[in-house]
Ligand binder design. Structure first.
Ligand SMILES: [Mg+2]
Ligand SMILES: [Zn+2]
Length: 162
């Protein structure tokens, strides 16, 4: 079993004003300290997975291909900084689709469990929203809130102090 840190994307890794969407790479803005914080987690032996709701796909505003471009660029920048992300899982559905994967539903963790052996009691979820906390509680992960510039850096300090 491995120790993981699951990261929400919007509001934790990149800046996102409420109600807005990132629809292209130029619109993707890393929050301060994020690249360093992810590198620190990797250096400490945590495996990292990003878990993100991407309703603009379900709303017809973004294609899977365009999201892949955004994520490939994001992962390249993270790797340049020394961080390693195992995988990005996304829910492509709109809220009205009533799917099983849109947080706070836990379906993305069913996908995770098919591929990874997670030690849930020693793993963490970092999110900026109450729905992230709910997911963490439902699947049995420790939770820490991160918001805005420097938020992930503080969250990682807390994780590494435990
Ligand atoms: Mg978020
Ligand atoms: Zn979904």
């Amino acid at each position: 079993m491995d120790r993981f840190v699951f990261l929400d994307r919007d509001g934790v890794i990149n800046r996102l004003d409420y109600g807005n969407y990132v629809l292209s790479w130029p619109e993707f803005k890393f929050l301060d300290g994020v690249i360093e914080a992810i590198a620190e987690l990797s250096g400490a032996g945590y495996k990292i997975i990003i878990i993100t709701n991407q309703s603009p796909i379900g709303r017809g505003l973004l294609t899977e291909e365009a999201l892949t471009v955004i994520h490939n660029n994001m992962l390249f920048e993270i790797e340049q900084g020394g961080g390693i992300v195992e995988e990005v899982f996304h829910c492509p559905h709109a809220p009205e689709d009533k799917c099983k994967c849109r947080k706070p539903e836990t379906g993305m963790f069913d996908q995770v469990n098919e591929k990874y052996d997670v030690d849930y009691t020693k793993s963490w979820f970092v999110g900026d929203f109450e729905s992230d906390r709910q997911v963490a509680e439902r699947v049995g992960l420790n939770f820490v809130l991160a918001k805005g510039n420097g938020g992930l850096k503080k969250a990682v300090e807390e994780i590494l102090s435990k």
